[in-house]
Design a protein around this ligand. Structure first.
Ligand SMILES: [Zn+2]
Length: 155
């Protein structure tokens, strides 16, 4: 078996869509930075890549490359998934934590888990998602995601 861990953060910006786990959430601010700013898919991608000791997301898809500006982060996740499969592993489960002041994730948690599960081709009950507010961190203008994945060798 293999464990992978990924972490990411992005800053809120006014006037861009908020994408979390491949789902667009209604909010006055979105997450800026690399591609579509999907902090959860980035942390998940790094967790998968890390589990098979592949290069990280920033090495495979450099933020400096204009090709990835505004890109759908599902593209990065698909590449990571391919590398996991090529290494002979399958996903057992994923667990994730988001740290953000707003919006509330609870009402969207099922939709996000379903979308992430769909992107990974695993059952929804193999994708955990928790959201915390950044008590005392002073990071109200940021969303942080941390993700762990468990893989098992096939055959
Ligand atoms: Zn990112």
């Amino acid at each position: 078996m293999r464990i992978g861990y990924g972490w990411d953060s992005h800053e809120f910006r006014v006037g861009i869509p908020l994408r979390i786990g491949g789902v667009t959430l209604a909010h006055p601010k979105g997450l800026g930075g690399h591609s579509d700013g999907d902090v959860l898919l980035h942390a998940l991608t790094d967790a998968l890549l890390g589990a098979v000791a592949a290069p990280d997301i920033g090495s495979l898809f450099p933020p400096s490359d204009p090709k990835w500006k505004g890109a759908d982060s599902a593209v990065f996740l698909r590449e990571a998934l391919q590398r996991v499969r090529a290494a002979g592993y399958a996903i057992v489960n994923v667990d994730s934590t988001l740290i953000l002041a707003a919006p509330k994730i609870g009402p969207h948690a099922t939709a996000i888990r379903e979308q992430v599960a769909k992107l990974l081709s695993v059952p929804t009950d193999c994708v955990g998602l928790k959201a915390k507010t950044p008590e005392g961190l002073g990071t109200d203008n940021v969303t942080i995601a941390s993700v762990v994945v468990l893989l098992e060798k096939k055959n």
